[in-house]
Design a protein around this ligand. Structure first.
Ligand code: ATP
Length: 75
């Protein structure tokens, strides 16, 4: 018996399907497992980060602006 499919977790976020694609990677639907709040999680392409010298920004300490944005009705 295979059982239920494994949930992919990134930190406290349960990652789901791909919502869209942008210039720097893709955006995934995710749920904050602690609160149940749905968010949009941007997944950056490693090669693009290196090419654009964005590594310092990505490695910076977490700040509110780096948190996955809450899904908005504008998208
Ligand atoms: N907060 C969000 N809620 C719902 N969907 C989103 C959200 N943010 C992004 N998306 C979806 O993901 C797609 C890609 O978004 P993303 O921000 O990566 O690209 P972008 O708008 O082209 O900006 P960038 O130039 O930074 O790549 C959007 O077109 C939209 O479909």
């Amino acid at each position: 018996m295979a059982g239920a499919p494994r949930k992919k977790m990134v930190g406290r976020y349960e990652v789901g399907w791909t919502i869209g694609h942008g210039s720097f990677g893709k955006v995934k639907f995710a749920i904050d497992a602690d609160t149940g709040v749905p968010v949009a999680m941007k997944v950056l392409d490693k090669a693009t980060i290196l090419n654009h010298r964005m590594l310092q920004q990505v490695a910076a300490p977490p700040s509110p602006s780096l948190d996955p944005s809450t899904l908005s009705s504008s998208h």
